[in-house]
Structure formats: C-alpha cells, structure tokens
Write a new protein. Sequence first.
Length: 82
Amino acid sequence: MNTISFRFGRYKGADELTDNNNKFSKAAEGRSCWSVLSIEGLGIEAKIIHKGRGKFKILEDNYNGKYIGKIVDASDVIRCKL
C-alpha cells in the first residue's frame, strides 16, 4: 500500500520500507503485524505488511524463512495479532 509521507512529501511503498539485508526499518515494523495465514492448506504464523489492493507481503515466518517475500491475498489471512 502506498502511503503519503507528510514529513517528506512523497509516497512510500512497502518495498521501500525494507533494506537489502531483509531487515525491516522502523516504519515497516509499525505497519506490519503477526498473523495466521492459510497457505497450501497449512495454518502458518507470519509477519505481514499490506502492499495494496488486498495483497500482503510476508516479511517473516515461523517456518525457517520458507515463505519470506511471498505475496498472499487478503483471503489467505485468517487473523492478525495486534
């Protein structure tokens, strides 16, 4: 999801909120949440961030990073833990 940054006057997408080492910036941490997802018939726990138009990007997971970077649909999100 693109959000307007009033501080800098430009758009920031989810891809801009992570660095090259797959670690999150503070902005990404604030916009992400741990959730339960249904992927391939499994219920997995993953940290996701909204990309826009009902799509979410997996930033972390509890399966040794197997799903990191995968884009999932909003229908795959079962619940978010805030």
